[in-house]
Design a protein around this ligand. Structure first.
Ligand code: SAM
Length: 276
């Protein structure tokens, strides 16, 4: 990899950046007080940018670089970590190991964190029929992070569904890494298509429906959430909601008869928890 390194920052060298692009740079970045311009081949450079030097550097393994920068994420009683950081989870906290990959849900997004915090605030081990543990439905499961978190936090079972087929083997693998594969089930499909209704009279009542999607989809699916939730203490947890779109979700929950709605905000993101 060929890099042309100049003294200064992107700000102090702003006037020179166009010259680098024009000379054929394919990328620019600032590192340790130096501007680095990536070139496919050495180029003639005009006088204002002639104070740098050419360097041949070993190709960077961007995936390893990305992995190196990942840090544990604390959310409620849970710490979410990639497999190589599991030793960093402090004693007394629940460790949730997620292999970062193609599916959304490493814990680093505000909405995933808000959702795990909300699960952590429920007594999942004592919800459900006769207090035997909650039955949780995770809509848009991605890496499986929320379904797995629910089971680690005491839920009896969790079903995760996702329209993206790529997510299902990833979620299955994450369940196995966390040793909860007997208590989670991942299914491909959208709510309504997937057979998430079993049991008594063809309907399995869930104690918790959790969904990290987006406001417009929550509006469309709110009736389904209500139909799938137990009337005895059923809870819906919705996130992926931009704060500007909260009114849409509030109206949908009111329309479907949900009560006691509470909102938590993190920057531009919101989570709403309500009772069926
Ligand atoms: N649950 C994970 C989390 O909280 O980090 C992943 C959430 S990610 C923002 C949303 C996921 O929902 C994606 O994996 C996407 O494929 C899935 N999705 C989008 N629309 C869906 C739908 N109508 N039904 C089921 N899954 C859907």
């Amino acid at each position: 990899m060929l890099v042309y390194v100049l003294p200064g920052t992107l700000e102090t060298r702003e006037a020179d950046l166009d010259l680098l692009w024009e000379a054929g740079a394919t990328g620019l970045e600032e590192r340790a007080g130096m501007v680095r311009a990536y070139f496919p081949a050495r180029a003639e450079l005009p006088a204002p940018v002639a104070d740098g030097e050419w360097r041949e550097e070993a190709d960077q393994d961007w995936q390893s670089e990305f992995k190196r920068t990942l840090r544990p994420v604390r959310a409620g009683r849970v710490t979410i970590v990639p497999p190589w950081l599991r030793e960093e989870v402090e004693p007394g906290r629940i460790s949730l190991v997620i292999e970062p990959g193609m599916a959304f849900g490493t814990g680093h997004h505000e909405t995933t964190r808000l959702a795990v915090e909300a699960l952590s605030g429920l007594n999942l081990a004592e919800l459900g029929p006769n207090g035997t543990g909650a039955r949780v439905l995770d809509v848009g499961t991605g890496s499986g992070v929320l379904a797995i978190a629910a089971v680690l936090l005491g839920a009896r079972i969790a079903v995760g569904i996702d329209i993206d087929p790529i997510t299902i083997p990833i979620a299955d693998e994450n369940a196995e890494i966390n040793g909860v594969q007997e208590r989670v089930l991942f299914l491909e499909g959208a709510l309504g298509e997937v057979s998430v209704r079993f049991n008594e009279r063809g309907v399995m009542a869930y104690d918790v429906v959790i969904a990290n999607l987006y406001a417009e989809l929550h509006d469309l699916l709110a009736g389904e959430y209500a139909a799938l939730l137990s009337r005895q203490g059923g809870v819906v947890i919705l996130t992926g909601i931009l704060t500007t779109k909260l009114p849409l979700v509030r109206d949908a929950l009111n329309r479907e008869g949900f009560t006691d709605a509470r909102e938590t905000l993190d920057g531009e993101w919101a989570l709403v928890i309500a009772r069926a």
